[in-house]
Ligand binder design. Structure first.
Ligand code: ZN
Length: 139
C-alpha cells in the first residue's frame, strides 16, 4: 500500500547552483547532500512540510540521471512513494501489468530500499517505491 509521497526528485546539472536557488530563493530547509554510489548521483535534500524535494545531480557520464538530462533536459525526474513492504508493492504492480525497471530493490539515499517502475506504465511518469531503512516501531 502506498502511504504517502516521500519526495519529488529534480534532475539538475549544477548541484551547487540548484541548492542555492532552493535554499535562498525558495527559502526551503536544507538537509544536506548525500552521494548515492549505486545510482552515480549526488542528492541534496530539502524538507517541505511532510515531504522532501531531492535535487539529483549525476556524478558520472553513465549515470542514469546524466542520460535523463541529456535526453530531456533538467527538470522533474521522479516521484517517490513510501511503502511498508517494497517487495509486496512491486509484486502488486507487476500483477497489474506494470513494467518494473528493477527486479530487486537497490539501496538509495539514507539506506532505503528503492525500486523504479517504468514510466511507460504510468503515462510518462517515473515512480519510485521507497521502503525506509528503519520503520518506526511505535505500535
Ligand atoms: Zn528518489
Amino acid at each position: 500500500m502506498i502511504k504517502k509521497i516521500d519526495h519529488i526528485a529534480v534532475a539538475v546539472d549544477n548541484l551547487d547552483e540548484a541548492i542555492a536557488m532552493y535554499r535562498d530563493v525558495l527559502g526551503l530547509e536544507f538537509h544536506g547532500v548525500e552521494e548515492v554510489a549505486g545510482q552515480k548521483v549526488k542528492v541534496a535534500f530539502f524538507k517541505v512540510g511532510e515531504m522532501h524535494i531531492e535535487l539529483t545531480a549525476p556524478t558520472s557520464e553513465d549515470s542514469p540521471a546524466a542520460k535523463f538530462i541529456a535526453k530531456r533536459g533538467a527538470g522533474i525526474h521522479h516521484i517517490a512513494f513510501e511503502v511498508d513492504d517494497i517487495s509486496a508493492q512491486a509484486a502488486d504492480f507487476e500483477s497489474k501489468g506494470v513494467r518494473m525497471i528493477d527486479r530487486e530493490p537497490k539501496i538509495g539515499a539514507g539506506g532505503a530500499k528503492i525500486v523504479f517502475a517504468h514510466p511507460k506504465s504510468f503515462a510518462g511518469v517515473l515512480f519510485e517505491l521507497k521502503e525506509p531503512r528503519q520503520a518506526e516501531e511505535s505500535e
